[in-house]
Ligand binder design. Structure first.
Ligand code: NAP
Length: 254
């Protein structure tokens, strides 16, 4: 693979598993120097090992302002600038909307929205030094565009990420490009939380595959390829955009 990101510094949140891990591996394979951020140090270490081990890891709970301040401080001290920020950390929550408590909504927003904005704004001085522009890519969801029953706080949080992306793109150009990717159903640990026997899980995954016009669920690599495009100089005139990477799920849900 060519080195589109040789000499670039990239910070990926949620890099300890799933889509974030896939993105980290893809950008590293094209030459980026990586900083992996996530809640659990052991998971970040696993990703680092898969990448050959020469990677900086920062364990941080992004719902904490103090943790975000520390991450930004470390970045300023160690690197002095940042070329690519991928905000991939996120949590999912489901349940009937009439039983939702305000604290349930706050818990999802604290990571998916508030944490994302807080870390991003703290990294702006470093991203402004990215050449030809700093790049921010926010990982949202098809459910931001086509909400379904039973995922109120998640869909609301991801819809807010789209609004944030467009606002920041308008404010921060030309120094920083800001874009969103909206994945469909991707095979990652986030779906294991729902539990069930291996047979039940396999049946559920088959059902999900059949709902996508491409007749399969996504893999982290599918999303990573789209993120790599948006992070690259090939996308140098793309900002404020939403790239849907969902095997057609959105048009099937409409
Ligand atoms: P995942 O494997 O569970 O990854 C989520 C990552 O976010 C984990 O590494 C997790 O770290 C990290 N994280 C969660 N809360 C955090 C916090 N407070 N501070 C720091 N890190 C935190 O799930 P995934 O599917 O790859 O999800 C990645 C992103 O894609 C999420 O934003 C998700 O909403 C989005 N997405 C996923 C799908 C899908 O079908 N999988 C579809 C559309 C969008 P720990 O494990 O250490 O807690």
């Amino acid at each position: 693979m060519s080195g589109r990101f040789e000499g670039k510094i990239a910070l990926i949140t949620g890099a300890g598993s799933g889509i974030g891990r896939g993105i980290a591996m893809r950008l590293a394979s094209e030459g980026a120097r990586m900083i992996l951020v996530g809640r659990t140090a052991a998971k970040l270490a696993e990703t680092a090992e898969l990448m050959g081990g020469i990677v900086d890891c920062e364990a941080a709970d992004l719902s904490s302002a103090e943790a975000n301040r520390n991450v930004a401080g470390q970045m300023a001290d160690r690197y002095g600038h940042l070329d690519i920020l991928v905000n991939c950390a996120g949590i999912y929550a489901a349940g009937p909307s009439d039983q939702i408590e305000p604290t349930d909504i706050e818990a999802v927003l604290s990571v998916n929205l508030v944490g994302l904005v807080d870390l991003t704004r703290r990294l702006v001085p470093l991203l402004r030094l990215g050449r030809p522009s700093g790049v921010v890519i926010n990982v949202s969801s098809t459910l931001a565009l086509t909400p379904v029953a039973g995922a109120l706080s998640y869909s609301a949080s991801k819809a807010a990420v789209s609004a944030v992306t467009e606002t920041l793109a308008a404010e921060w150009g030309p120094q920083i490009r800001v874009n969103t990717v909206c994945p469909g159903f991707v095979d990652t640990p986030i779906h294991r939380q729902r539990g069930g026997t291996p047979t039940e899980v396999a049946k559920f995954l088959d059902q999900m595959a059949s709902r996508h016009p491409m007749r399969r669920i996504g893999q982290p690599e599918d999303v990573a390829a789209a993120v790599a495009y948006l992070a690259s100089d090939e996308a140098c005139w793309v900002t404020g955009a939403t790239l849907v990477v969902d095997g057609g799920l959105r048009v099937a849900l409409r």
